[in-house]
Structure formats: C-alpha cells, structure tokens
Ligand binder design. Structure first.
Ligand code: PLP
Length: 480
C-alpha cells in the first residue's frame, strides 16, 4: 500500500464504523454460543497471496463482528463493562500508526513524557500522591502482580532477586486479602512463588468489607509462628458487589506491622472524580501501592491500567535490570518505564489516555460518571418498588446486583427453596443474554445467585434502563 491507499482504506473503515455505531442498538449484544459453527467458518488456511483490503473488511463485518460480544453496546452490562469512547478509538489508530516502543526515554521521549503526565493526572483523579512512581501496565491483574513482587522483595532483608525465597531468611511469605478480593491476588501468589496456601482470605463483614479485627489477628498469629507478612491487598470496588474495604483501619494495621498495603481500586478508584460518589469514598492514598483501571471507568479502550507506588524506588528495585544493549545516558527527570515492571517492549498507551481526558475534560468525565451512578439509582429504585425483585447489597457504584424472588415462588427460608431461586436467576441470565437484547453477568453472594448489572457505557440512556427493566421482567415472567 502507498500512503494514499492507507487513507482510502482508512476512510472505508471509518465509514463502516460510523454505520456500526449509528445502528448498534439494532444489533444483538451477543449471539447464542456456537463454537463449532464459528470455527468452521473462520478456520481457513493462511492465504498464500495477499488479499484485497475491501474484501478483508467486508469479511470482518460479516464473519467476525456478529459473533463478537458487543462490549460497546449500550445494553452490554456484563462483568465490569467497559466502553471505548470515540477519541480513545482514534487514539488507538494513531498509536498503531506511530508504533513507538515506550520502553526507554531514549526510544520514545514524548511518549514517556506523556506517560508521566497522564499518570499524574490519574493519580490526582484517584487522590493518590502525584509524585509516586507510576507506570501504565496491561491490566489490573498484572498491576497487582507487579506490586506484590515489589512488596515481597521489600519484606525480606536478604536480596530476593539474588537468592529467591529460599535464601538466608526463608520465612514463609504471607499475603492477606478479603474473601471478596479478586482472583488476581491468587494468581499473583502463584506466579511469585508465594503459593495459594499462603494467601490468607480474611472474612468480610455483612457489607462485604474486609474485617480489620480479623486481619490484625491473622497477622499477629503468623508473626508469632515465624511466618513473614508480605502484603495486605485491600479492594475499593469489589468484583461481586463493588464494596470497599475500610482502608483507614487496614492501613493502621499495616503500619503497625510494617506490612505493604496494596490497594486494588481497579474499579472503584477513579469514581473519586464523580461528584456523586467522592464524599463516600475511601482514601486510597494510604496504600503503598495502588492500581486503577481507566479501561473500566474512563471510556478508554483496553488495555489501560495504572500502577502507582509511593514507596519510591521499590518497583525499580525489583524490576530494573539493564542489559548492555539497553543502556542509555539520559537527562535527569526522564523515565525509563522498562524499569518499573517486567515488561520491556511496551506500546504508547499514554496517548489514548491523553486524548480521552483532553477530549472530555475532567468535568465531562465527571458528569458521565455521575450519569452512570444516576442510572444505577434508577434501576435500584425500580427493583425496590417491585415486590418480586430484591437488591440484596446496597452500593453507590453503578453496579447493581438483583435477585428475582417472586412472592409466590420458591421459599427463601429453606435450602431447597434457595437453590431453586438460584437456578431461576441463572436461567434468567441465560435467557436474557441468549435473546441478545442485553448482556448481564452474575455473581454468587451470601444471598445466593445474583444478576449483576454494570452500567459503564457512555451511550447508555434512561430509555435503555427502561428497556432493560422491561426485558428483565419479561424474561423472569416467562422463565419462572
Ligand atoms: N481487580 C478487581 C477488583 C477486578 O474486578 C478485576 C476484574 O474485573 C481485576 C482486578 C482484574 O482486572 P484486569 O482484567 O484488568 O486484569
């Protein structure tokens, strides 16, 4: 292709995307699952000769897009739904076009400079010290892994990089987190050689918040037994119900015992920007490290996650390793982001954050987060006013957990009745998603199986909530 062909095909692509977005409400959010049929259509031999781009694009719309789950659909409410805003989508194109590697300041000076800038912006939004070390990484799971790697090394007086955990001081490492915390904590423990058996799951209270008294007791017991507390992972915005652990008391305990506090605010952290939620939010600045996930809440396309660490130098202490070919002499104040995580080659993630934050402005982002919070309030209000729906967990975040319990349905006070209600709610999720009108996910909490509805799409309106509520009721009536 010559640059002129690139432009021509780019216009073709943008025109087709425009049409897609203009009609996105008319397409199913997801199609019923058919792995064999899908593979039969897509699994061809690699072509020997290059093909025409218009054909490739047409095949993509015909063969690929219909079997994607439309995460950008205003009725997509699964998991922590994410939303790629238009400036973010365009930034990804620009990033791919420039294709810089932001591993060293020397390899990409203004990409590294912009990364420093957006990291400071994100820290300010979340209420974390702006002068902390920080780095953009490929997801919150990785951020937690990297933070816990640094915490592990900081917990041992001997050089863990040199000797590993079986070094001169081989005390068993322990990581504490609530029984509600994300599975990424367990994955980090596996990867770091800490082991799942050394992840101590602290029970949560009735509001799904980690109990500080039980945390303190667990740490004291381990210290008495000669085990080594490495880190506590507290969550702001838990995956199941968006609860927030009480960071103040947890931080006090960590300080008293000299234990690293990592705050997983992947979901909740950036709601500090919202007018509606900010006053009620936990103060994340008490964490030694913090992860926030703009890809979940700031309308930035996957992947965009930031890891912040106020223990200056700790990330580099674990991850800085410079082979000869990567040495550079650069001016003071510059950043070599390869020093702050195990990743070497890294893309220009900062650009999409820079574009999205500039395009919306803090005020634009704030009002959109407030809008999502208001929509969640509407949905909770509808459920509260209906005798057959329950909202078992009060939460201020735009994550709504609902349970269908028809008053003339199975009893809630027997195990059999509760199991029947679990099955009924699971069928509602399956039917609703199969119908393609909306996409929701689920969780199992103390009350049982709940339908989990995440509201994060920038295009979701009050009318969409009305439609979702009608669909939920229609499917529930039909399914019971
Ligand atoms: N932490 C929490 C609280 C989450 O809910 C999730 C995922 O939903 C993660 C971490 C992992 O995020 P990622 O998919 O960016 O690794």
């Amino acid at each position: 292709w010559a640059p002129v062909d690139f432009e021509r095909h780019g216009r073709e692509l943008l025109a087709s995307l425009r049409e897609h977005f203009e009609h996105v409400r008319d397409v199913p959010v997801a199609r019923p699952y058919d792995p064999a049929g899908l593979m039969a259509r897509l699994d061809t031999a690699a072509p020997e000769r290059g093909e025409d781009f218009s054909r490739i694009l047409a095949d993509t719309w015909d063969q690929v897009v219909p079997d994607l789950v439309q995460w950008n659909h205003p009725a997509f409410h699964g998991y922590f739904s994410t939303c790629a805003s238009f400036p973010g989508v365009l930034a990804e194109t620009m990033t791919a076009a420039l294709n810089v590697n932001a591993m060293l300041w020397k390899t990409s000076p203004s990409a590294s400079a912009l990364e420093l800038v957006v990291l400071r912006w994100l820290a300010d939004m979340a209420g974390y010290p702006a002068d902390a070390d920080a780095v953009l990484v490929g997801g919150a799971s990785l951020a937690t892994l990297y933070a816990l790697g640094a915490a592990r090394d900081a917990a041992y007086p001997h050089d863990v990089r040199e000797h590993g955990l079986a070094g001169p001081d081989a005390a068993v490492p322990r990581i504490y987190t609530s029984d509600q915390a994300h599975s990424s904590v367990d994955k980090a423990a596996i990867t770091l050689g800490v082991g799942l058996r050394n992840v101590v799951r602290i029970p949560a209270d009735s509001g799904y918040r980690m109990r500080p008294d039980l945390l303190e007791a667990a740490i004291a017991e381990d210290v008495a037994a000669g085990r080594r507390p490495v880190a506590v992972v507290a969550t702001v915005g838990t995956t199941s119900v968006a609860a927030a652990d009480p960071l103040g008391p947890i931080a006090d305990i960590c300080r008293r015992h000299g234990v690293w506090l990592h705050v997983d605010a992947a979901y909740g952290g950036l709601f500090a920007l919202s007018t509606a939620l900010r006053p009620a939010l936990e103060d994340v600045s008490v964490g030694d490290s913090l992860v926030v996930n703009p890809q979940k809440t700031l309308f930035v396309p996957l992947d965009a996650t930031s890891l912040h660490c106020r223990r200056r130098g700790a990330l580099a202490n674990t991850y800085r390793l410079v082979p000869e070919y990567l040495t550079s002499a650069h001016p003071g104040g510059a950043a070599d982001f390869m020093d702050l995580s195990p990743q070497l080659g890294r893309g220009f993630r900062a650009l999409k954050l820079w574009w999205v934050i500039r395009a919306f402005g803090l005020d634009g982002l704030r009002s959109r987060l407030d809008h999502a919070v208001a929509l969640a309030g509407e949905l909770r209000g509808l459920a509260a006013a209906h005798p057959d729906w329950h909202c078992p967990v009060p939460s201020d975040y735009p994550l709504v957990c609902l349970r269908y319990q028809p008053s003339d349905g199975p009893r809630t006070d027997t195990p059999e009745g509760r199991a029947a209600l679990d099955a009924l709610n699971a069928r509602i999720v399956a039917e609703l998603n199969d119908a393609g009108e909306a996409f929701v996910s689920h969780s199992v909490i103390r009350d049982g199986y709940v339908i989990r509805i995440s509201l994060a799409n920038i295009h979701t309106t009050a009318d969409d909530i009305t439609r979702l509520w009608a669909a939920l009721n229609r499917v529930a009536e039909k399914t019971r």
